[in-house]
Design a protein around this ligand. Structure first.
Ligand SMILES: [Zn+2]
Length: 234
């Protein structure tokens, strides 16, 4: 049983390290992409600071907020790392969307957002990625759905993510004209979903250049998904 401060330290380390996967897999440019993680058992989350380049991220720069995106230094005196007091360090501009997901999907422990090229190209058309690969059946259990158009500034992005993913097996949603948001049981699974989402977006796009990819029967998709999620283990 770890203390709150131990959990915060662990999740900050994890969330910090996982940003390296975004650059490793070419999912982000400049500072436009972010990972967050829930602090298990607490109404708190950890997210990338706004505008800090990926090479400069360190665990103590990761911002801890409540599930409304407010940095906790201002609300909780018992868990205050020094850097939160740095006024230059504000949570990612996408924090409200991440926070809305944590408030409304209690099983979600990690959220990722990128503008990865191929997934975002599908998002620009507002088009679901059809489930035409067995790896999509495994990972996504069906198509990767397109979500609504929503502007940053209130809960509309968060709402769009939650409403779309609630009716889907997919841990990824392509927000229209914007890009992918992914969820997972923890930050690591949400990052994996972001990597796989870009991979299948690219492959299905390439496949389409020479014709129409063959659909997979819904019954087969279901058994792929079942096997991968339950037997093969998640
Ligand atoms: Zn964005």
């Amino acid at each position: 049983m770890s203390t709150l401060l131990e959990s915060i330290a662990r999740i900050r380390r994890e969330v910090c390290e996982l940003h390296a996967e975004l650059t490793r897999y070419g999912l982000v440019v400049w500072t436009a992409g972010n990972v967050s993680g829930r602090i298990p058992g607490h109404d708190l989350m950890v997210i990338k600071p706004s505008g800090v380049s990926y090479d400069d991220l360190t665990p103590d720069l990761m911002v801890v907020t409540d599930l409304y995106g407010t940095p906790v230094s201002s609300i909780s005196a018992d868990a205050v790392p020094a850097r939160w007091e740095n006024p230059d360090l504000t949570p990612s501009s996408d924090t409200a969307a991440h926070a809305y997901v944590y408030r409304n999907m209690p099983d979600v422990g990690g959220v990722v957002h990128t503008h990865s090229t191929y997934a975002t190209a599908w998002a620009a058309r507002g088009e679901d990625i059809p489930c035409v690969l067995t790896m999509m059946g495994d990972e996504f259990g069906g198509p990767i759905p397109a979500g609504p158009f929503a502007l940053i500034g209130d809960d509309s992005i968060g709402k769009g993510i939650v409403e779309t993913l609630r009716n889907s097996n997919s841990p990824a949603v392509l927000m229209q004209n914007h890009g992918p948001f992914t969820i997972g049981k923890d930050a690591r699974s949400a990052v994996k979903a972001a990597v796989m989402c870009e991979e299948v977006a690219r492959t299905v796009h390439v496949s389409r250049q020479l014709g129409e990819p063959l659909p997979i029967d819904p019954g087969q998709i279901e058994s792929l998904y079942d096997r991968y999620q339950n037997v093969y283990g998640r």
